[in-house]
Design a protein around this ligand. Structure first.
Ligand SMILES: Nc1ncnc2c1ncn2[C@@H]1O[C@H](COP(=O)(O)OP(=O)(O)OP(=O)(O)O)[C@@H](O)[C@H]1O
Length: 301
């Protein structure tokens, strides 16, 4: 399976939110969709699923174009689920009833409900009415509904909202498990470090388009990373290619350093860093700072 977006443009009145967006996603893939508030992540989901009109461009699944006809939109909706908004839950129905509803719409006949409930540790509350649930319990229910629907394409808008760290980890693991079943999952999230745990590729939306993408598997260049204020920079040996981000995040390229040099750099940085010093590739958080907060390279430090 593949999901392709070609030259997608979306305007709200005179406001162009997305302009000529292009991408192609193969199956067995989780995409992290990242951007500051109000950039257009939800708009992109709404446009693909045709909840809102498309000004120009095409949506293709397996190379077939899905137009704005009743038949095509219905077919799209049978292949794609969108993370439910908590406001859409019915207070007087139980969690099980919600999960069954999603299963019956998208995946009738499947008997996966008990497995979903057990995998998401919902046994102790899922038979109670939704009105008794906390924010995090509701969020897990919304996720369980999508897992029971089991569509090949899933749009997950802010799925980690309100989840405690244990449940963030649980949902991250389940995402990795289900993607192996030929799925295309797009997760819009502001939990940037968490995306590094499970997303295969990150799309950064900026200036109305997919501004930058990075593939976690291909990010091999190593950096010594830490936090340091500008007045302390003079204590470090800043190699060419060093990034200084958002006024305190430092990333010093380590691929041309000996092990001894790496160790010494980490020790020096540790003396001044306000938080943990690590060695690794640039992650989603660093790319985010670079793209949205402005990058300063070594030459300008
Ligand atoms: N129905 C609408 N009518 C007019 N403008 C809209 C509408 N929906 C969204 N917008 C505008 O489109 C832009 C993108 O909004 P969108 O909700 O897609 O952003 P987002 O990246 O999902 O934000 P967030 O991270 O806050 O969820 C914003 O400027 C918003 O004000």
């Amino acid at each position: 399976m593949s999901l392709t977006v070609r030259n997608l443009t979306i305007n709200y009145g005179t406001n162009t939110v997305l302009k000529e967006v292009n991408f192609n996603i193969p199956d067995n893939t989780i995409i992290g969709l990242v951007a500051p508030n109000g950039t257009g992540k939800t708009t992109l989901f709404n446009a693909i699923i045709r909840f809102i009109p498309i000004n120009s461009g095409e949506i293709l699944i397996d190379d077939k174009v899905y137009k704005n006809t009743t038949g095509d939109v219905k077919a799209l909706h049978s292949k794609i689920t969108f993370f439910p908004d908590q406001a859409e839950l019915y207070e007087d129905f139980s969690g099980v009833e919600h999960i069954e509803m999603y299963r019956d719409i998208w995946n009738p006949g499947s008997s996966n409900i008990d497995a979903v409930i057990s995998r998401l540790n919902m046994k102790d509350y899922v038979k109670n009415k939704v009105k008794t649930y906390s924010l995090g319990m509701r969020q897990r229910l919304c996720f369980a509904m999508m897992i029971a629907a089991d569509t090949k394409i899933m749009f997950m808008d802010e799925i980690m909202n309100g989840l405690d760290p244990v449940n963030v980890e649980l949902v991250s693991s389940v995402l990795q498990e289900i993607k192996e079943d030929g799925k295309i999952i797009i997760v819009a999230s502001h939990l940037l470090e968490n995306l590094d745990d499970y997303a295969d590729q990150i799309y950064f939306l900026n200036e109305q388009s997919i501004y930058y993408t990075y593939d976690r598997e291909e990010s091999h260049r190593e950096y010594v990373k830490g936090y340091i204020s500008e007045d302390k920079l003079k204590h470090l040996d800043l190699k060419a290619g060093t990034l200084y981000l958002d006024g305190d995040r430092i990333c010093i390229p380590a691929d041309n350093m000996s092990e001894k040099e790496v160790f010494e750099t980490m020790c020096t940085l540790k003396q001044y860093s306000r938080a943990e010093v690590s060695l690794g590739a640039l992650g989603t958080h660093e790319h985010y700072l670079r793209i949205y907060k402005g990058e300063r390279s070594y030459e300008t430090v």
